[in-house]
Design a protein around this ligand. Sequence first.
Ligand code: NAD
Ligand code: UDP
Length: 326
Amino acid sequence: MRTLVTGGAGFLGSHLCERLLDDGHEVICLDNFYSGRRSNVIHLVANPRFELMRHDIVEPILLEVDRIFHLACPASPIHYQYNPVKTIKTSVMGTINMLGLAKRVRARILLSSTSEVYGDPLVHPQPESYWGNVNPIGVRSCYDEGKRVAECLMMDYHRQNRVAIRIVRIFNTYGPRMAADDGRVISSFCVAALKGEPLDVYGDGSQTRSFAYVSDIIEGLVRMMDAPEITGPINVGNPVEVSILELARLVMELAQSSSAIVFKQARPDDPMRRQPDITAARRLLGWEPRTPLREGLARTFDYFRAELAGGQAAAGAHPAPAYRPA
Ligand code: NAD
Ligand code: UDP
């Protein structure tokens, strides 16, 4: 099986490339290194079944592949808001290019969509049948609406051209190879706690998220790709919901840190609650997350400790300005 992974040098993509090589696939990892890093996949380069290509998916590409895991898109708010027009081009033009490729070579294609399609949800927890509550003109829209259009394109290529599609809605994921400076809450809190710097909580910290460890999500993606006759969308995430303030306290406890918790102005359009309903993933894929938050965070700490010790925490990541609430 020859498998293309777009965004393969990113956080999730690099773990997926590793997993696919372990499963015996030939892997083409395609990335423009916008928010990904060569260092995430450098250990795979010597493998004769692995190929690393610099390419921007906004431009078409001709390849012969059997399967496409389409992950390319910046995922952290500071990365996707740094160049919002590029973000939406990546989701729209990039997804059209990957669907065109899938159609031409009759490859099966999986889109890594997101819980962000639910916006600031009015239904809790969120089942796949919920249509969402997204601000179409806000600072998160380039990402949220981009992914909604990408899902629409997937469905239309399926209905119109019989392309074999899989749509997975991934909820907040964390683990080794997150970029230390990506501004996501787990990377920011872990790095701050390890450095003894303050943990910035946006708003009063009562907003919630449900965090899944990376290996659990990769398992979900692989099962979805392998499953016969499913298009999705299907939620893949950990249903254990925590408030951001609870998370800050847990990180401090695990790091045995004496950092302060500092409350900052809430981010615009920050969703207040988020928790996946994973009934469909349990039933159709026999999948559910296995890694408790404490265990996953301990492994993530080990990674950031090593990164900080090597002085490479920000090496190679796309330079993005510090996030400033409007
Ligand atoms: P990431 O930023 O680490 O990885 C994205 C990768 O895509 C990077 O390597 C980046 O360089 C590459 N990329 C971006 N634009 C590109 C373009 N135009 N052409 C080629 N490559 C491009 O993010 P991640 O957390 O690994 O997310 C991967 C995918 O999963 C994204 O599609 C994201 O929307 C989705 N997702 C992630 C999460 C999460 O919590 N990590 C949650 C929901 C959905
Ligand atoms: N957050 C925070 N401090 C940080 C980074 C994020 O309080 O340093 C909050 C943020 O406002 C949001 C939650 O943590 O409510 C998750 O943010 P993240 O950017 O990780 O993911 P997303 O908002 O895209 O789910």
